[in-house]
Design a protein around this ligand. Structure first.
Ligand code: HEM
Length: 857
């Protein structure tokens, strides 16, 4: 019996052991690669001894997301900028601060870095009121001025340890805070800030115990202690080593002092005007890497880059290396404060360690002042943006969802990993011509060409397409850099056929000062102010009648949305009485559009020839109308009147420019608006819950109105779900694959030289399917744009282009689609005739039309 029992026990133990090992292996299988080192000690010794080199070695072996065991915890180290950004921006999703136990024990378990969720929000709000920008401006700046003025007295002739001195300076500031607390306790005056709240507010919802109060005060004192003192010390060192920088800094401060009496303190405006000083501080912080990274902890199993990080693991968001990325910071090991003083209005240094460590996500440093040159959001031509005639069609009807196309399925986050990152510290400059060129034939012959090329050569590769040597960039960071740095030898590079047909003065063909001028004129015509004050009501009126009498009909929604897009551009542009004139114009305009997407061979019968003919007739038509207008005293209250009439306008254009401007406006919003509308109808048809919510939104508005009352700006602005549907459609269908640029001089990109005159295809498609930015990226989920309001303006959202060429017609485009949907869904239901082919690449289109049966709702 005993033998039997022992055998059974043995078997159970073996089974348990096997099960545990199996389980462990299963977890391991999903963990990132890496080593865990010795039991208990892990790899702490190597980490502490070799620091950054340990990190680099591990990255070289395992990639930029690897596991380890440091400082007593199983840890995943992320050196990937995109993942780092994701972690910092997604605190709610199972990621909270994860500082070592030792730190929490000493600083207190209630300090701001140890709490999360609602408590963090509360403490942070209160803390901002105490040490945030408003408080600095109103209270702290003058006190700090006074303290440091006396602290720096009588240093003449002394030898000092600057490290000690800078620490002391910081100590004085902390002393100031203690002093304020005492004053508060002794006084009956209330200040309505966190300190008051934590000291005496008995009725507060979050009344803190004395222990908690002490933790908070210590956290405030601790957080800025080493950072401020080390940055100050290193700034003094760098300034000592770089006399030119020191001189410029001195000049800045002396200029200020000259405006002041000897003992007059520095005020907020003085402080805000110290641009060079601020740059010195940023550059010091970057070059010395005062903060190597931040720590997070998982509160549940989370997926990162295809790996599972188990609950309770630490994540070391290691941001140090991005500070030395030559792509973000050319000559990264040089102290160059001037790099932070951009003269480009749309340029600011990208989100990097400084901004990652101090201004991203929810746990950003509370007293980090916003950079004066804030990063512009991103987003401009639409149909101009398509690369014509690449036959990579995706057959939607053959039960292959567009997003399951193999080109799209490669979209794991590796695909969007900035290549710039991988070239850190090894900026090898070699001419692109060193690698094999790819021919047009090759490009056209392979359906998954982009994918294949990116896999073979990385996300920045060269080719030769459409008669021009071309670099294709599929790298989000490089794409962002190109869009944000038009001034630096990067201008639009649309095909010759487009430029010749839309006109040499069209906005996409000009740059520099001319672009600024033409863009100013365009914005005054179609920008948000104009949409609000003039265009919205015109579009409402046009679409209300355009959508009349569709009941019982079978229509081709592709054709109807095209007509809608042109009609809503043409009629507010040129008011003509007769429909006949519009129809004739439309025929010629259609030719023009076809011509822009062709090879520029001007022989009889070619699309290009056809397009040039269309352009000639469109010009003839416009010239005639312009002459009639000039001869008449009647005003038409349309955009053409505005263009030709206003002699005093800031943006007076000559006749050739006016014609190109009109054609550009009609052309740019044509395909983008029509295709987005068509695809929205398609997705809404396939997702009844979304359609229902959209209908509810529009019916709720109609109920507040008389039957024929038009939609006004407030109604439009309240249609948040509709806006979300439009963004989600634009993303999922990828109406714009990318934009084209051209180099006007040799340009360095990511360690490569792109020779002057080359085209760059800024291929932005793949970012639309990035699971980090858009979880379950192949699902039509408009709600994601409501849940995360910052999604419209994240750093890689290029749906409307970016930088100085951000789409000027963005709001107009959204208004048109919104108004179409409004009248369509409130009047009709529809079903697809079915079986029709829909291709998504290189352009979204239904080659045989997309037919739907419409009936009254
Ligand atoms: C859903 C609709 C739209 C989308 C998705 C869209 C998208 C874009 C994109 C991606 C660009 C950047 C091109 C580049 O950087 O080279 C752009 C530029 C531009 N878009 Fe749009 N667009 C839309 C609607 C419109 C409309 C309705 C108009 C005018 C009526 C318009 C006029 C322009 C113009 C003129 C530019 C060039 C701006 C410049 O070069 O400064 N767009 N658009």
């Amino acid at each position: 019996m005993a033998v039997l029992l022992l055998t059974v026990c043995g078997l159970v133990m073996v089974w348990c052991l096997c099960f545990a090992l199996l389980k462990r292996n299963q977890i391991r299988r999903y963990l990132p690669p890496g080593t865990m080192g010795w039991p208990f000690f892990g790899e702490t010794t190597e980490f502490l001894k070799h620091g950054p080199n340990f990190m680099k070695n591990q990255r070289a072996r395992y990639g930029s997301l690897f596991k380890s065991h440091i400082l007593g915890c199983p840890t995943v180290v992320s050196m990937d900028p995109v993942i780092n950004r994701y972690i910092l921006m997604n605190e709610g999703k199972g990621l909270v601060p994860g500082y070592p136990q030792s730190m929490l024990e000493i600083l207190g378990k209630n300090n701001i870095a140890a709490v999360h969720g609602a408590t963090h929000k509360y403490i942070r709000g209160s803390m901002l009121s105490l040490i945030g920008p408003a408080s600095i401006r109103l209270h702290l700046l003058s006190k700090i001025d006074m303290l440091l003025r006396s602290y720096l007295d009588n240093w003449d002739g002394k030898t000092i340890d600057i490290q000690e001195r800078t620490n002391e300076g910081r100590k004085r500031v902390t002393k100031l805070l203690r002093q304020i607390m005492e004053e508060r306790r002794a006084s009956s005056v209330t200040h309505n800030d966190m300190l008051d709240e934590i000291l005496r507010n008995e009725d507060s919802n979050c009344k803190l115990s004395d222990v908690e109060i002490i933790d908070q005060v210590i956290a405030i004192l601790y957080s800025g202690y080493e950072t401020v003192s080390t940055t100050t010390m290193m700034a003094i060192k760098y300034l000592h080593d770089h006399p030119r920088a020191l001189q410029e800094l001195r000049d800045e401060h002396f200029a200020m002092r000259q405006r002041k009496k000897p003992d007059e303190p520095i005020d907020w405006n003085d402080y805000k005007s110290m641009n060079f000083t601020r740059s010195v501080i940023y550059e010091t912080s970057r070059l010395a890497t005062i903060v190597n990274g931040v720590l997070r902890k998982t509160t549940k199993d989370i997926e990162l880059n295809g790996f599972i990080i188990p609950e309770g693991w630490r994540i070391y968001v290691y941001t140090r290396e991005i500070n030395y990325d030559p792509f973000l910071y050319p000559e990264p090991f040089t102290f160059n404060p001037w790099r932070w003083l951009s003269t480009e209005p749309h340029f600011s240094l990208p989100t990097s360690v400084l901004s990652v460590a101090s201004s991203s996500g929810y746990n950003n440093s509370v007293n980090n002042q916003p950079n004066s040159s804030s990063t512009t959001d991103i987003t401009p031509p639409s149909s101009l943006a398509e690369i014509p005639a690449l036959p990579f069609h995706i057959d939607l009807s053959s039960n292959q969802h567009p997003s399951h196309h193999p080109m799209v399925t490669r979209l794991r986050s590796e695909a969007i990993k900035p290549r710039a990152y991988s070239s850190i510290c090894q900026p090898i400059h070699h001419k692109l011509t060193d690698t094999e060129p790819k021919s047009v034939k090759e490009a056209l012959g392979k359906p998954h060409w982009h994918k294949a090329m990116a896999e073979e050569y990385g996300s920045l590769f060269k080719s030769h397409i459409l008669g021009s040597p071309m670099v294709v960039s599929m790298d989000p960071e490089i794409n962002r850099y190109i869009l944000m740095n038009e001034g630096k030898g990067l201008v639009p590079g649309y095909p010759q056929s487009m430029v010749e047909i839309v006109g040499k003065n069209n906005i996409a063909a000009v740059h520099g000062a001319t672009h600024k001028y033409i863009r100013g004129s365009m914005l005054s015509l179609i920008g948000p102010a104009s949409v609000r004050l003039q265009l919205l009501s015109k579009i409402d009126m046009l679409l209300r009648s355009y959508l009349d009498n569709w009941d019982g009909k079978t229509i081709d929604i592709q054709e109807r949305t095209k007509e809608m897009a042109l009609l809503t551009s043409f009629k507010p542009m040129v008011k003509v009485e007769s429909n006949q004139i519009y129809e004739t114009f439309k025929t010629e305009f259609d030719k023009l559009v076809v011509g822009t997407l062709s090879l520029p061979i001007n022989i009889l019968g070619s699309n290009y020839h056809y397009g040039l003919q269309g352009r000639k007739r469109v010009i003839k038509f416009l010239r005639r109308i312009m002459e009639e207008r000039r001869a008449s005293s009647v005003t038409q209250n349309d955009m053409l009147d505005e263009l030709i009439g206003n002699e005093d306008s800031d943006y007076k254009l000559n006749d050739v420019q006016i014609i190109d401007q009109v054609i550009t406006i009609l052309y740019s919003g044509y395909e983008s608006v029509s295709k987005t509308t068509m695809m929205a109808i398609k997705y809404l048809h396939d997702h009844p819950r979304a359609l229902e919510q959209l209908r509810d939104e529009h019916f709720a508005i109609r109920q507040r109105k008389k039957p024929d009352e038009p939609i006004d700006w407030n109604d439009y602005k309240s249609m948040s779900f509709t806006r979300a549907v439009i963004y989600e459609t634009s993303r999922l269908a990828t109406i714009i694959n990318g934009v084209m640029r051209k180099t006007t001089k040799d340009v360095e990109l990511n360690g490569f030289i792109i020779p002057k005159g080359w085209r760059i295809y800024v291929y932005t498609r793949e970012i639309n399917y990035d699971p980090f930015l858009y979880p379950e990226p192949f699902t039509f989920n408009p709600w994601r744009w409501l849940d995360n309001k910052s999604l419209e303006s994240h750093n890689y959202c290029f749906l409307f282009g970016g930088g100085t060429r951000l789409c000027p017609g963005k709001e107009l485009g959204i208004v048109k689609i919104t108004m179409f949907l409004h009248y369509f869904v409130t009047r009709y239901r529809w079903e697809e005739v079915g079986g029709e082919k829909l291709v998504q690449f290189p352009r979204v289109e239904a080659p045989n039309g997309l037919h739907i049966r419409v009936s009254k709702y």
